[in-house]
Design a binder for this molecule. Structure first.
Ligand code: HEC
Length: 261
């Protein structure tokens, strides 16, 4: 009986339709392809789940799931810009179902211009990669977590009440840092930067132990203070953050965690 309920509820969440608006991106400038590539590397469309250059990859969360992150040059042509923006921000696929494992909760804050830049950059890519076969294996633990709500499909995990920082002013390094940290670090460290058990990522209140120089060093080398290796964060080293963005994230994370100077 319990098994049937868990299967039934999790299957319903995987198959049901999710409401989300299809909206044109409002931009004031033509897409900036170089900035699109930079942001694609920062938020991880490239050099993340979908492989180094969008060739596709396989994602794996211990005891939870094993799945394909598809080849981007294969799936992008199936989407209009509006549908792609909806998928990225709301986690809703073109058939109205939810994506699974996509970090839309972090991408929610991406501004229209950044999203347009990223999409234009990704669309430039020719179909040079052999498409990955699509698979999704969910464990019973994952189905149970879906049923009781300790884990969710992508569309469920988006908090639509949160600000879209990317479309709000970024006139100083604090505001820029808040935006960049929101669209990148929350992916693993939780929407409130207070840690995520599933990803084994600690609360970013650990920033209290870092001087600005040590934080810069960490973001550039992937080596935290003490010099341990953090395999899950190697991508950080390759993310093309500017110095001002790193300093801004430092300022923002300290204020967010109410750390005295
Ligand atoms: C892909 C997942 C992932 C992303 C994205 C990520 N982190 Fe982490 N981070 C981790 C994990 C996992 C650990 C803990 C690893 C450990 O302790 O071995 C960690 C640890 C840390 C620590 C603690 C280091 C210490 O001293 O122990 C800090 C600080 C940190 N991350 C900052 C950031 C910032 C800032 C960002 C955004 C720019 C970020 N992380 C993005 C996965 C991630």
């Amino acid at each position: 009986m319990a098994v049937a309920v868990v299967f039934g509820v999790s299957e319903w969440k995987l198959r049901r339709q999710y409401e989300a608006p299809l909206q044109a991106l409002r931009t004031s400038a033509p897409p900036d392809l170089a900035e699109g590539e930079r942001m694609a590397l920062i938020v991880g469309c490239w050099n993340g789940c979908h492989g180094r250059r969008g060739e596709g990859g396989s994602e794996h969360i211990d005891g939870i799931l094993r799945q394909t992150a598809p080849t981007l040059s294969e799936v992008l042509p199936l989407y209009t810009d509006e549908a792609l923006a909806r998928l990225i921000r709301y986690g809703v696929k073109r058939d109205g179902r939810s994506a699974v494992g996509m970090s839309s909760y972090a991408f929610w804050a991406l501004g229209d211009q950044d999203l347009a830049n990223i999409i234009a950059h990704l669309r430039k890519q020719q179909k040079t990669f052999t498409p990955r076969e699509r698979t999704l294996d969910l464990s019973w633990r994952a189905r149970l977590a879906l049923t009781i709500g300790t884990w969710g499909v992508a569309a469920e995990r988006v908090d639509r009440s949160r600000p879209r920082w990317g479309d709000l002013p970024q006139t100083n390094s604090f505001e820029r840092g808040r935006y960049i940290a929101t669209v990148t670090c929350t992916e693993c460290h939780g929407l409130n930067f207070d840690g995520n058990e599933l990803e084994h990522a600690p609360s970013l209140s650990r920033i209290a132990m870092y001087s600005p120089e040590q934080f810069r060093e960490f973001m550039r080398t992937g080596k935290p203070i003490g010099g341990r290796d953090i395999p899950n964060m190697r991508w950080v080293v390759e993310a093309p953050f500017s110095d001002a963005e790193i300093d801004g994230m430092y300022q923002f994370l300290r204020v967010h965690h109410r750390i005295e100077r």
